[in-house]
Design a protein around this ligand. Sequence first.
Ligand code: AMP
Ligand code: MG
Length: 337
Amino acid sequence: LRRGGLVAFPTETVYGLGADALDAEAVERIYTAKGRPPTNPVIVHVPDTSMARTLTASWPANAEALAQTFWPGPLTLVLPKADAVPDIVTAGRATVALRVPAHPIALALLRVAALPVAAPSANISTNLSPTTAEHVMRGLDGRIDLVIDGGPTTGGIESTVVDLTGTQPTVLRPGLIGADALSRALGAPVAQPSVTTAVNKAASAPGQHQRHYSPRTPLTLAEDDGSSTVQAFAQEGMRVAWIRFADAADRNKQATDPISSTDNASLATVETHNSIQPNGNVLIRWLPLDPTACAAALYALLHDLDDLGLGRIVMAQPPIGDDWRAISDRLQRAAAT
Ligand code: AMP
Ligand code: MG
């Protein structure tokens, strides 16, 4: 990192691709390796609040309150930037996004390097974020210097991004820390656009392009459990993965039901399931009916399905509600064309 190299490392959300945040040429290499548009700013990772403060032009009371409550953790704060932060890090904006990650390897790396480390997710731009070192290598092998293998990440989706530079704190990207938790910590309301508004209004936050976090296999997000969508694709002769939600007890029950096999090795031909016709080659996968567990499993499942060369992934509509907001956001982006 001190020589200007690119090092991928685990955080508690996803794997990041790091470079010295104060070295514009090093950060430029991140954009080149990822094919990231120069308009999309990167998050700077720091070992503690005191280094964060050195990268800001001001440190308001609400930044201090959120840092004390949630750092180290999956929360990114957008604040006025210090002059020392190169323009390439912030995509020319006057603000910088900062976070202290909670992963022990990430923290150890930041402490040993003693540098602020600019680190977007360690994947080719718009692709799925990596939750294992193997995912990183699949996308970036030959383009980066090193990946530190810390095993699968536990959070699974990217950090919550909150902008503290406006009149009211505003969530720019939903994540595992919800707006209500932020409001409680601040004792004041935090604004957040509805997921559909945020996804459709691609310009609402820099880099929040509509299509993002996508598998290579086209993904359809159903408005219901997805069965009729699966049936339609299967009838066209397509091999389809059908992702559904169930709680642990239900999944155990389903596992003993041959019709909705959870066989993880091969494509199961579904004989009759509701309206699914026998001519379809349909693989069924389950995600936990719990937002935290679902986030941890989501990208790894999509990476695995992507390797099967299927014609389509059909995803059941996730439950509605604040707890599911970040998952809905990622799924709508994954499904955007
Ligand atoms: P990642 O790709 O996980 O590094 O996330 C970077 C995202 O953080 C960007 O796509 C933006 O949505 C957000 N972000 C980073 N820097 C800023 C900034 N200065 N102002 C607003 N949002 C930012
Ligand atoms: Mg990313």
